[in-house]
Design a protein around this ligand. Structure first.
Ligand SMILES: Cc1ncc(C[n+]2csc(CCOP(=O)(O)OP(=O)(O)O)c2C)c(N)n1
Ligand code: SF4
Length: 288
């Protein structure tokens, strides 16, 4: 297998995130994971929505599309169908993925294309200056919840598990090498893979959501004897989102079903013998 330096994936664009933002560690983990996978940048595409975290495509030499707020998954699925040979990575924030884009998540999961989706969960809207997000904890004081939020946060892990995702993990840039390994595993999973990345917002985030706090709070699922092939155990562990900071793989389907892109290819092969030759396509419309 070819080995590529992580720097091959690094573009010349200098990130403009706030100094200390967790997203710096996430992009490093992505370069490292892609280097381990060994596919060159022209075989990789980053698709994102809108937000601080969605800037990621610009920082890579791979193909990239910084799309529309909440629309990363539909565009990524279109890209994958147009060119199933591409390795497609999807990135965005918790707002992008679970507020405005929330309706797309269960459908992308049940369709099960071979995509890797990273949500940089900082529990606020960073780009628009710190409003309440769907993963903000109850009581959080923000510019849109000045007396503290009354809302029950979404649990991203439980949401994707219950929708049927075959690979579900969580990491933090406080353990960048560990996060890189998770991204690599997610890419290797043959179907829809989701990673919740607890990526601190140093400007609007809470103290217990910063890198230093993560270093003391994080607990690997391996260290508590978690079995990632056990769906019920994965559900139980994921209910502790917001209390425990578990890192590692919550669930990896031991018998992954064929992904949508594989099924489409198979169908195309089956239909090929009876297909109208390309040069006779127009005749179908001209015949009475
Ligand atoms: C249709 C639409 N609605 C609202 C916005 C404004 N907007 C841009 S980014 C964003 C939220 C960003 O938060 P998140 O997705 O969590 O990413 P972060 O910036 O925290 O990484 C919002 C509300 C927009 N660009 N487009
Ligand atoms: S506002 Fe928050 S999420 Fe956005 S770049 Fe700054 S630290 Fe990162």
């Amino acid at each position: 297998m070819t080995t590529l330096s992580p720097n091959v994936f690094k573009s010349e664009l200098k990130p403009i995130w706030c100094p200390g933002c967790g997203d710096y560690g996430v992009v490093q983990a992505l370069y490292r994971a892609l280097s381990a996978i060994g596919r060159p940048p022209h075989e990789v595409a980053f698709i994102s929505g809108i937000g601080c975290s969605s800037r990621i495509p610009g920082y890579s030499t791979a193909y990239g599309f910084n799309t529309v707020h909440g629309r990363a998954l539909p565009v990524a699925q279109g890209v994958k169908m147009a060119n199933p040979d591409l390795l497609v990575l999807v990135a965005g924030g918790d707002g992008d993925g679970f507020s405005i884009g929330g309706g797309h998540v269960p459908h992308a999961i049940r369709r099960n294309m071979d995509l890797t989706y990273l949500v940089m969960d900082n529990q606020v809207y960073g780009l628009t200056k710190g409003q309440l997000s769907p993963t903000s904890p109850r009581g959080l004081e923000t510019v849109t919840s000045v007396y503290g939020s009354f809302e029950q946060p979404i649990n991203p892990l439980l949401t994707v598990l219950s929708a049927g995702a075959g690979f579900v993990a969580q990491g933090t840039p406080a353990d960048m090498p560990g996060l890189a390994t998770l991204v690599e595993e997610a890419i290797r999973y043959p179907g829809f893979a989701f990673i919740n990345v607890q990526s601190p917002c140093v400007t609007y985030g809470e103290d217990d959501q910063q890198l230093r706090a993560h270093k003391t709070r994080m607990k690997s699922l391996d260290s508590v004897g978690h079995d990632p092939s056990n769906f019920m155990q994965a559900l139980e562990k994921s209910t502790q989102y917001g209390t425990e900071l578990y890192t590692g793989v919550f669930y990896r389907n031991p018998n992954p079903p064929k992904s949508y892109d594989v099924l489409v290819r198979e169908r195309q092969e089956t239909l090929k013998p009876a297909a109208v030759p390309r040069e006779r396509m127009l005749d179908m419309f001209l015949q009475k």
